[in-house]
Design a protein around this ligand. Structure first.
Ligand code: BGC
Length: 801
């Protein structure tokens, strides 16, 4: 017996020692591969100055002389040429990859760096070149809100998610949001915001659709360009992502997109092309996936031939985080910067140079692009970090922009806006736990987030205490269940607020003692996982029961029920939309979401958002549904770092590869062509007021299509209208119609009017000819439609091309 105990003890101690040794070496490996491998490359922050002709210059390389690259009077090209001359090959290779994840996970010495900045361009100390900071993302800047050794806070504004911004159809407004985001980055010393996202909503269940704008490439391009102009106008760079065709999260680093050149050109490249042409972003982020068998980050045809060769892009391309498999192939393809960078990549690049597989010319080209960016940062040009952005001002921007992107889907008997100060019964946990934005890198560390309950209270709307207490009691009984995870934890642990339990007595009492019910349905999704149909796209049984019971009891008292959809993407509406009186698609409006919804509900603002994607009757109606992962596999942390590939013979459709069988027939292009009924069509949205379209004209002159229409507000509320212009060309092989332009009116007072004018170059109607391998203009009759939505044409005229 004693022997046995001794033996057991020995075994346990042995195992503990082995585990400790493995842990020690494991951690050392992780640390030296992903976190701390920069050795002597430490940023120099103090410089002597040199005075020449009465002007002061920083002596960055401490040689006592004014080098051309130190002289801000010299041209950018001359300064870069000088640095390239001075750099050793080791320094050049070093610059091609970031410094790892230490900054991203906040492992920086107190008082140094920007904790939470998810990536860097590394410094070149010998030449006094600085560290450049990159951080997410599309809904606002993401850095850590607190720092070791400091009482200060570093909160950022959670702006409305991209889908909300797109739903405004207001590019000026999006630009303004971009300015605020860019300003925040500038004040906090971040040089690049990793956004906007310009992938298409190919399928409604892509987990990251909330970061993207639309199922339509024109909307995507115009919104993305506005955002880039806004941010870059502040002297901060953008990284337009994820280039290209990254339309699902499932197995995102290995998934092979099998797609025709036509679909690539007309749908997936198009948005990026518009952004490059109209806003010239300083950087672009290559995507994780493969396209037709080639890893995008290693695809020279896409990153160099098309992007640079055909479009003339001169900026820098960086990888997505840990994206790409072969560092040498990446740089050779034109993926200039490897983010966040690993020791392995550094070694591989050095080895590639030494064995000749990494072309020196390619190293120089990429380094030149990176240097060009560095030299244009605020940091190189005396910009100051205040760490004090005007968060109050930005909160006002987010509140207003979110309001403009909310979409009124239904408003029977004009129950909205609420008249007077009715007592509201707030139903559903999400009314109290309102969702500000999606999860993952598109999340923001904001100081606060306004729930619908708070928004209504701020607007002076009385609320049923009985209804509120159902929520409060549920939280008191099980606080952990309502503890929504934040940040990175939220990414790997999808959270859904628990279903509240109401008795029939509760419903009856709410209906008796309140004037109106507002029921919130919440959905959240994010990076690393795609959504699923059951209980996510569709309502859960509990939600349906809640909706039915609320409507039954309130309608019995002749009182209305309003559904607020606090969602990041499309949900099923067809089966239940006839039950409530009004439906407001509030999306996820950022940190002021509850106030924005209240502004709409009380009629302070008339809704003017319209859908930038279709709400289908059934998910199966999307052609892309035949080829989309529907199992909702959520990514694990390790999947990011270790992207092992499955042997080809074991590949599973929609996981290892996805066939884009629908080709260009994404969203309304498919629904219209196949004549499929939808729940709410692309471009749809109601207002409290109504508009009349007068005196439309369409004219072809000098290879440009000119279209004019007067929009008149014939209702009794002030409001804005979104006007859309579609073109159609009858052909078996073409969509029924395609969006060619859009515009939004100013706020028109009741009775007010505005002329909306479009000028569309005929070349915008070109289509990709697979046989010729080029853009061609279909010859013949084209129909131009001036419309209020894709299914509400106000006027059509044909032109002959
Ligand atoms: C995401 C990018 C993001 C990056 C840095 C990646 O996982 O795909 O969109 O910018 O992380 O956070």
């Amino acid at each position: 017996m004693k022997k046995l105990i001794k033996y057991l003890l020995f075994t346990i101690v042995g195992l503990v020692i082995i585990a400790a040794i493995a842990g020690f070496f494991g951690w050392r490996w992780v640390n030296s591969t992903f976190l701390a491998f920069e050795k002597d490359f430490k940023e120099v922050v103090e410089f002597e100055t040199i005075t020449v002709d009465g002007e002061e210059f920083l002596d960055r390389n401490a040689n006592g002389e004014l080098d051309v690259y130190e002289d801000h009077r010299a041209t950018l090209d001359d300064r870069i040429a000088n640095v390239l001359d001075l750099m050793t090959i080791e320094e050049k290779i070093h610059l091609l990859k970031g410094s790892g994840m230490a900054s991203g996970v906040g492992r920086v010495p107190a008082g140094e760096g920007i904790p939470g900045a998810v990536g860097t361009i590394v410094p070149t100390p010998r030449l006094g070149l600085p560290t450049v900071y990159l951080s997410d993302g599309p809904a606002g800047l993401r850095i850590l809100p607190t720092r070791e050794g400091s009482d200060e806070t570093f909160y950022c504004t959670a702006f409305p998610i991209a889908t909300v911004l797109a739903s405004t159809w207001n590019t000026d407004l999006v630009e303004e949001v971009g300015q605020s985001m860019g300003n925040e980055a500038k004040e906090y010393g971040i040089d690049v915001i990793l956004g906007p996202g310009a992938n298409l909503h190919r399928h409604p269940l892509c987990g990251r659709n909330f970061e993207y704008y639309s199922e339509d490439p024109l909307v995507t391009g115009k919104m993305g360009a506005a955002m880039v102009r806004g941010i870059e106008g502040q002297g901060v760079g953008t990284s337009v992502k994820h280039f290209l065709a990254n339309n699902q999260e499932t197995n995102r680093t290995n998934n092979d997109v099998r797609i025709s050149e036509r679909a690539l050109r007309e749908m997936y490249l198009k948005g990026f092309e518009i952004i490059v042409n109209e806003a010239n972003p300083s950087t672009i982020m290559s995507s994780y996936n493969k396209i037709n068998g080639v890893q995008v980050a290693e695809d020279r045809r896409i990153l160099t031939d098309i992007l640079r060769g055909e479009w003339g892009y001169e900026g820098m391309v960086m990888s997505d985080w840990f994206g790409g498999k072969d560092a040498v192939a990446m740089v050779n393809a034109g993926n200039d910067l490897l983010e966040p960078g690993t020791k392995r990549q550094w070694d591989a690049l050095t080895e590639g140079f030494e064995n000749g597989t990494l072309d020196e010319q390619n190293i120089n080209t990429s380094v030149e692009r990176i240097l060009k960016f560095i030299f244009q940062t605020a940091k190189m040009n005396g910009g100051e970090i205040t760490n004090a952005p005007d968060l109050e001002k930005h909160a006002a921007v987010t509140r207003q922009s979110a309001t403009e992107g909310m979409i009124l889907l239904k408003n029977e008997n004009n129950v909205l806006p609420l008249k007077g100060s009715p007592k509201v019964a707030l139903i559903g946990a999400n009314s109290f736990q309102f969702i500000a934005g999606g999860t993952g890198s598109g999340d923001v560390n904001e100081a606060y987030s306004v729930s619908l309950q708070e928004g209504l209270a701020n607007a002076g709307i009385p609320m049923s205490e009985e209804a509120t207490s159902v929520f409060e009691e549920a939280v008191a009984a099980n606080p952990e269940a309502f503890d929504a995870p934040e940040g990175i934890t939220a990414m790997f642990n999808p959270y859904k607020a628990p279903q509240l339990k109401y008795s029939s007595k509760d419903y009856a009492q709410f209906a008796e003692t309140s004037d109106v019910a507002i029921l919130t349905i919440g959905r959240n999704a994010g990076e690393g996982g795609d959504r699923v149909i059951k209980d996510d796209f569709t309502l859960t049984e509990g939600e349906l029961a809640m909706l039915n019971n609320t409507c039954e009891s309130f309608h019995a008292q002749n009182k209305p029920v309003i559904v607020v959809l606090n969602v990041g993407g499309v949900v099923e509406t067809a089966s239940w939309k006839n039950i409530p009186d009004a439906i407001l698609l509030a999306w996820q409006g950022g940190q002021e979401g509850g106030n924005s919804v209240a502004d709409i509900l009380i009629g302070k603002v008339s809704p003017s958002g319209k859908l930038t994607m279709t709400f289908p009757v059934a998910i199966e109606d999307h052609w892309s549904n035949k080829n989309f992962p529907l199992d909702g596999i959520t990514m694990k942390m390790t999947d990011m770092l270790f992207q092992g590939e499955t042997p080809e013979e074991e590949w599973v459709a929609n996981v290892d590869y996805t066939v884009y069988e629908e080709d260009i027939y994404v969203g309304y292009r498919h629904f219209d062509k196949a004549n499929i009924e939808v729940s709410y069509p692309f471009g749809y949205g109601l207002s409290y007021t109504s508009f009349q379209y007068l005196n439309p004209t369409v004219e072809l002159k000098n290879d440009t299509i000119y279209a004019d229409v007067i929009v008149q507000n014939i209702g009794s509320y002030d409001g804005k209208e979104v006007v859309q212009l579609y073109s159609s060309f009858e052909s078996e092989d073409r969509p029924t119609q395609e969006l060619r332009a859009f515009a939004k009116t100013e706020t028109l007072p009741a009775g007010g009017e505005q002329i909306i004018s479009f000028a569309i170059p005929v070349s915008d109607l070109k289509v990709w000819d697979e046989n010729e391998g080029q853009w061609t203009l279909p010859k013949g009759e084209h129909h131009i439609h001036i419309a209020a939505s894709s299914r509400d044409h106000k006027f059509s005229q044909s032109i002959s091309l």
